[in-house]
Design a protein around this ligand. Structure first.
Ligand code: 57M
Length: 358
């Protein structure tokens, strides 16, 4: 919004010309989101406590988690508030992709909020049925991506990472594929959010990596030099990605071990959904699986565990998702968390290197 308000004033005060630059607006957006979270979490956590919006803990989990019962949850509400406000302030609002990512962010926040509220109201860890939740997520993401293909020239070809100029044309099936990417990523982050700070770390590294990829895709010279699809306007998504990093750092200040607040499904579903949407709208759908490799590993560990348990009655992991496996092996929680962060940074670097390794 400030781009549209301040740029016309550049003749009266040349300093306003600086809002023209994505780099400036990205830095300002990150600081805005960070400050919103740092300033408001103390009061927000107190409010969550007063409203008794505390976490229910399953009794079949790792013993150490029982002490976490009652930790205020749904902290994701403030993360998403910071992302939406900072994006509306600093991103160009004449770029449809900004609105499409925001639509998915708000829609998935609603689904996560319903799930968390249901858990707290019923005092259990079940929440709304998994099928209803997946259906709502698929409908929201499918509708937004469908609108993008119909009215905002979203391309329906999927580039293949590590290969120059190779893309698979999906036609209208791209809408279902895109909805799968967004919904899959949302639930992968949801599964990963099982230790203090475990999800927000890789969410921030993934968001910043998507921010670099969006900036390159939105710049015709870089896109041509790297032989990646030029996506006009994708650079504005860079401004949005850094609001995730800013809000994420503000949240981590309070979610770091031992956590004073959990993000809840209210946070994990929209954060994962936004990462999926960023991948769709910058055409990094497959590369997201590399960038978000921690989320993929967590999800695969659950799939392998459930298939093995149901078919042979035997577990492959001591407990799934895989972060619980290491807890059961006796690793302390902070050690698991930081090691997963390190792996997510390595994966981000591999994804960026893939742009040259083609
Ligand atoms: C999402 N939620 C955490 C918190 C957070 C199919 C099965 C694998 C599903 C899975 C499941 O229920 N996943 C739900 C993970 C929960 O965190 C809440 O949920 C939000 C994220 N969606 O924001 O509000 C617990 O995680 C801990 N936590 C922290 N710090 C944080 O910053 O310590 C979360 C955030 C919180 C807290 O204890 O209560 C979760 O783990 O439920 N189920 C599981 O993951 C269960 N695994 C399991 O059932 N494994 C079986 C299956 C696969 C066959 C097996 O391996 O045999 C585990 N989860 C729990 N207890 N809670 C183990 C049992």
């Amino acid at each position: 919004m400030l781009y549209h308000l301040l740029l016309p004033l550049k003749d009266s005060a040349f300093a306003f010309n600086v809002v023209r630059y994505i780099s400036f607006r990205s830095a300002a957006a990150m600081v805005t989101a960070l400050l919103i979270c740092l300033l408001f979490y103390p009061r927000f956590i107190d409010w969550l406590k007063r409203k008794k919006l505390g976490q229910e803990i399953r009794d079949d989990g790792p013993e150490g988690h029982l002490a976490k019962a009652g930790t205020p949850t749904m902290g994701g509400l403030l993360i998403l508030f910071a992302i939406v406000v900072s994006s509306l302030l600093w991103a160009r609002l004449d770029e449809p992709r900004v609105w499409m990512v925001l639509a998915i962010a708000v829609g998935f926040t609603g689904v996560g909020f319903m799930d968390d509220w249901n858990k707290i109201a019923k005092k259990n860890t079940k929440g709304i049925s998994g099928k209803v939740r997946l259906l709502l997520e698929a409908l929201i993401s499918g509708a937004v991506i469908g609108a993008g293909v119909l009215w905002f020239d979203i391309d329906t070809a999927v580039p293949v990472p590590f290969f120059k100029d190779v893309a698979v044309e999906l036609g209208w099936f791209y809408v279902a594929f895109g909805a799968f990417v967004v919904t899959g990523c949302a639930n992968a982050v949801n599964l990963t959010d099982g230790l203090d700070g475990l999800a927000i770390g890789p969410v921030m590294t993934s968001a910043l990596t998507m921010g670099v990829l969006a900036y390159l895709a939105g710049n015709v010279n870089f896109a041509e030099y790297l032989a990646i699809p030029y996506v006009a306007g994708a650079g504005e998504l860079t401004v949005m990605t850094v609001t995730i990093a800013g809000a994420g750092m503000g949240f981590l200040w309070y979610n770091s071990y031992p956590a004073s607040v959990f993000m809840g499904d209210t946070g994990s579903l929209p954060l994962g959904g936004i990462l999926g949407a960023l991948a769709v709208f910058t055409h990094n759908e497959i590369l997201l699986a590399v960038v978000g490799g921690v989320f993929v590993t967590e999800t695969l560990s659950v799939i392998i565990q459930v298939i093995s348990f149901k078919s042979t009655g035997k577990r492959v992991f001591l407990m799934a998702p895989i972060h619980h496996h290491y807890e059961k092996k006796g690793w302390e929680e902070p050690k698991i968390i930081v090691r997963f962060w390190i792996i997510s940074i390595l994966l981000a670097l591999v994804a960026l290197m893939s742009l040259k390794l083609r």
